[in-house]
Ligand binder design. Structure first.
Ligand code: PBG
Length: 326
């Protein structure tokens, strides 16, 4: 009986009310984490050329942005610093008075209701743009890097970060960071592990935003994952959960929704996906070329994350979309 012509799938799509009633996945402002770029100065807004509509903000302006995020129902922001030229050293990552730590404090003072997530990695600080320190042979030294990342995470937690997010892909760093947080009394600081982070070609605009792109020598394939691998992502996620990650992330998101879906099907740990700068630009530049309706493309892309099973989405579009959803 449940066969054509008695069964007609189109019966379910016949009118807007029917389609609304049968919608499986919906976006909500609380689905979003909003990444924000910070620069030194006062009253500064520096537009990022490769990220149409996204700017770096000085801390005073950043706080205004975060207030808007709170008012739009966004639960959490993620901070990325553009370190001034003369401070690009590994030591600056550990400076309790560095740009990101001052930004965290300013937000926690002015907008305590919103969560603050910080980036644990050295690329905004290293003169060569890599996420860690270099060994003599030019590769990134895993264990020497961890020794710094653990301190960096503690410094950020002390400044008030609610979530520290290691985006570096060193082996063993989640366990080491968890231990360091515990030893320093930061038992409530959560870890969002960039668990499956790929050596993607979609990070270009981000690197312009934090100023690491022109500096970067070589590529990150010796630590970030091969885009051809899916099983390996499952192993990475499993390890990070075992080491104490509270949440895991897949990055990029849009091109890796198969990985998001596998992780969400397999593990009970919340999984976030990052719609990266290159994926942001895909939508914006397609729209600018007149090849599609921007808002429709954007909502379709973001809804796809939910369909794949993402708990939440890191998106540069978060404020705009959260406002629209309200
Ligand atoms: C580096 C970091 C990157 C992004 C977030 N953290 C770039 C990289 O790994 O080179 C990319 C985010 C984006 O493209 O939107 N620690």
């Amino acid at each position: 009986m449940s066969q054509y012509p008695a069964l007609r799938m189109r019966r379910r799509r016949q009118a807007p009310w029917m389609r609304a009633m049968l919608t499986e996945h919906r976006l909500h402002p609380s689905d979003f984490i909003w990444p924000l770029f910070i620069c030194e100065g006062e009253g500064e807004e520096q537009p990022i050329t490769a990220l149409r509509g996204v700017s770096r903000w000085s801390i005073d302006k950043l706080v205004e942005q975060v207030k808007m995020a709170r008012d739009a129902g966004i639960p959490c922001v993620a901070l990325f610093p553009n370190t001034p030229e003369d401070k690009r050293t590994e030591d600056e990552a550990l400076n309790p008075d560095n740009l990101i730590c001052r930004a965290v404090k300013a937000i926690k003072d002015a907008v305590p209701e919103i969560g603050v997530m910080t980036d644990v990695a050295l690329d905004p600080y290293t003169p060569h743009g890599h996420d860690g320190v270099l060994a003599a042979d030019g590769s990134v030294d895993n264990d020497a890097t961890i020794a710094l990342l653990t301190q960096q995470a503690v410094v950020q937690a002390r400044a008030g970060a609610d979530i520290v997010a290691p985006s570096d892909m060193m082996d063993g760093r989640i366990g080491a960071i968890r231990n360091a947080l515990e030893e320093n009394g930061h038992t409530n600081t959560a870890i969002m592990a960039y668990a499956a982070k790929y050596a993607s070609s979609l990070y270009g605009p981000f690197r312009e935003a934090v100023g690491s792109g022109d500096r970067l020598k070589g590529d990150k394939k010796g630590y970030q994952m091969n885009p051809a691998n899916g099983d390996e992502a499952m192993a990475e996620v499993e390890l990070d959960i075992a080491e104490g990650a509270d949440f895991v992330m897949v990055k990029p998101g849009l091109l890796y929704l198969d990985v998001v879906a596998r992780v969400s099907d397999t593990f009970d740990t919340p999984v976030f996906a990052y719609m990266t700068s290159g994926e942001y630009a895909m939508i914006e530049e397609t729209a600018a070329a007149g090849a599609g309706d921007r808002d429709t493309m954007l909502m379709e892309a973001l809804t796809a994350f939910k369909r794949a099973g993402a708990t939440g989405i890191l998106s540069y579009h978060a404020l705009e979309v959260a406002r629209k959803l309200r």
